[in-house]
Design a protein around this ligand. Sequence first.
Ligand code: ADP
Ligand code: MG
Length: 741
Amino acid sequence: MLELKNVSKFYYGKDTVASGFTKINLKLNMGEFVVITGESGSGKSTLLNVLSGLDTYEEGEMYINGEETSGYSETDFENYRKKYIGNIFQSFNLVNSYTVYQNIELVLLINGYKKSEVKDKIIDVIKKIDLLKYKNTKVSKLSGGQKQRVAIARALVKDTPILVADEPTGNLDSKSAENIMQLLHEVSKDKLMVLVTHNYDQVEQYATRKITMHDGKMIEDKMMVPQNKEKEAENIEASKPMKIRNKIRLGIRNTFNILPKFLLLIAVYLVLCLAALGGYSSIKKQEYEKSKLGSNYYFKDTSDKRIIIKKKDESVIQKEDYDKIKTLPNIDKVIENDLLLDQMVSVHGDRYGFMARIENNETMPGKLDVGRMPENENEIILKVNRTYFSQRDIEESILNKDFVIRETNNYLEIFENKLKTVGIIFDEEKIDYMNMATIYLNSSKMEQVRRSMNTVSSKLEVEFNGHIIKINGQYRVVPNKKVPQGKVYAYEELNYMAKNNNCKNKPLTVKVQNRYYTDSITLKVEKTYNKRNAKQLLGLEEVNAYQMIFYINPDDYYSLFNKGIYQSSVFIEDEQKVQETLQELDKLGYQTLYVKDTLVDYSEGMASVMSNVTTMVVTVVVVAALFFLSYFIIKIILKSRNVYYTTIRILGATRRNAKQLLKIELLTVLNIVYVGIVLASVLIKNGIIEQEFIYSLLRYIHLADYAILYVGLVFISLLISNRYARQLFKKSVMNTYREEV
Ligand code: ADP
Ligand code: MG
C-alpha cells in the first residue's frame, strides 16, 4: 500500500538545515495497525506527515499503491489526501465555531458529497462515537475526549483506506484515552491504521506492528502478528470535486459563524462602501453642476428642468394633450406657449419702462406681497425681482400705473388697451435678466400674445398672377378695418403684374410660414389705391411711393397668426429623472428637446482639462488608499481564520476550494452591506427617511452608477481575497499549519 525507500526529510531554516528523519525504508499494508513510537523529537510526527502527504520529503522515494510520488505536484498530493487519508490529531483540529454535526458534514462537503446524501452517514457515524445527544452542540463546549471522538468520526466518515493519528490521546486523561484507543481499534478494521504515540503501553493490545524511532532513524520494526500477504486497497472511488452549492453553503455559514469577526468585517465594508459611494456621488454632483454652465443661442430659459415638446405629427397641441402630460410623474408645470419663455416684451409706462416675461396666470405663485387681485381684463399681476426694482420704484411708478406692452422686434403693441398693474409678487430668485419681471395674463390675453409672437416670427409671401412677392421692408401686408373680409386693397402698381394691366377681381394668395406651421388665405383684389384716394379708401394720411402695401381685413390677417400651440415647454420636478420623463413624453407622441443638452460651455479649455486630470489622480489615489487600508484591516481580521483554512485543506479541500470559500465569505459580507446601503438610499431618495445632505448627494446617482460601484467593490473584494489566499496558501499545508498553531 505505502512504501518508503531511503526517504529523508530535512527542515530548511534561514541558515540551518535540521533533519526530520533520515533513510527510512518501510512497507505498510492494508489491515495493519501500525504504532510508531519513540521519544519526543525522534521524528514520529514528521514521518506521519510525509506518509499522509501533508509534508514533502527531500530524498528517496515514496510509493503509493506502487506509484512513485517524487514527481507529485501540490494538486497530486491534494488528491492523494482526499482519496486515501483520514487524519486525527493530538489537538483535534476541529472547527470550534461549528457544531458536531457541521464538523463532520464539513469533510463530506469538501470531498464532493451532495448535501442530500450526507445526512444519514453523519448520523450513523455520530452514533458510532456515541455523541448523538451533542449533535447540535458547538465543539468548543465539548470535553477533550469528546472532541477527539468527533475528530475520529470526521476521519471515519470520509471512508478512506488509511487512517493516520498523531498522539490522539496526548491531551486526554487515561480513562478517555483508553476509550479513544478502543474506538480507533474498532473503526480501523480492514484499513491501514498508522498511529503515533510516545506511550506504547496504551496501544500494545491493539498493535499489529511496532516501529520505534530514535533521533530521526528507525531502530525497530516488529511484527506482532504474522503479516498477511500484501494487499492493496480496493474500490477507491475517484475523488469528487466540491459541489458549487456546498461551497456557497459553507462560505455563507462561515460568514456568520463567528459573530465578532462578522461584525468587524461588516464595519470595514460599511466604511469602504460609504467612502466609495460618497466619493463617487460627489464627483457626479460636480460633473453635473459643471454641465449646467454654458449658454445657447436659441433659448433664453436654459433651466435644467425644461423640456421642449412638439407633437410628432406636427399638429396643434390640444387641451387633452396637456391634461395627459400633467398626469405624468415628475411634471412640475407646463408652459403652453413656449415662445414666451425665450422672448421678452417691453413694458412702457408714463415714467417707467422695463423688460418682462409673460406667463399664464395659472402658473402664478402663491400670494401677493402688495396690492390686490385683478378685477377686470385689463388689470394684471406683476412679479418683480428685488435686485432690479426698489421699493420706491414699485410704489411710485409701477403699482396702479398703466402700461403699454410691445413685442421687442417691431415694437408693435400687443394689446389694444393699456394694462394696469394692481398686484405685486416679490421674487428672490438669482440675478438673471430673464427673471427681472414677469407679467401674469389670463388665457385670452395669452392668445393675443401668441398671435403677436407668431406675427413677428413668421415669413409672409404674396402670390399674384404667378408672381411670388416676398414680404419684407418694401412689400408689406397690413391689416386695415376699412377693407372688407375676403378682399385686398392693393397699390395701383400691382396692375403691372396683372394680365392686361388690370389687377382688379384677380385672386391673390397670402402665405404664412414659421417654425411651426404653414398656412395661406386666398383673397380677391377689390380696389387699388394711390396717393389721391388713400385717405378716402383706407384713412391713410400719406402713401410711401417706394412701398407696395397690401391692405387686408384684420380678421383675415389675424386668421393667419391666430393659431393653436405647436410647441410647449414641460418643467420637471427632479432633473435627475429627466430620462424617464423624456421617454414618457416620447411614448405619448412628442418630439422632445432637453434644453440643458443644447448648452455649450464656452469656458471649456485648458482649465477644465486640468481639473479633469486632477479629479482622475485624486480618484486613483483614493481608490488605492481605500484598497490597501481595507486589505490590511481585513487581513488582520482574517488572521484568525488561518487555522480554519489549513484545517479544511488537511481534510481534503484544495487550495482553490479554500480560496473560493474565502471569496464567498467576503462577497457575502459585501452583498449584505451593499443591499443595506441601497435600501437606505432608496428610503432616503423617496423621502421615507429624511436626510438632507445624503439626499443631495444621492440625487446624482442612478441605477447604472450603483451597478458600476458594485462591480468595483466586487473587484476590490476579489483582489483582497486573492492576495490573502496567495500569502496564506503559498506554503505546503504543514508549513502554514506550523506557523499558525
Ligand atoms: P516527534 O513528533 O517525534 O516529537 P518531530 O517529528 O516533531 O518529532 O520532530 C523531529 C525533528 O525535526 C526534531 O528534531 C525537530 O526539532 C525537527 N523539526 C520538526 N519540525 C520542524 C520544523 N518545522 N522546522 C525545523 N525543524 C523541525
Ligand atoms: Mg510529534
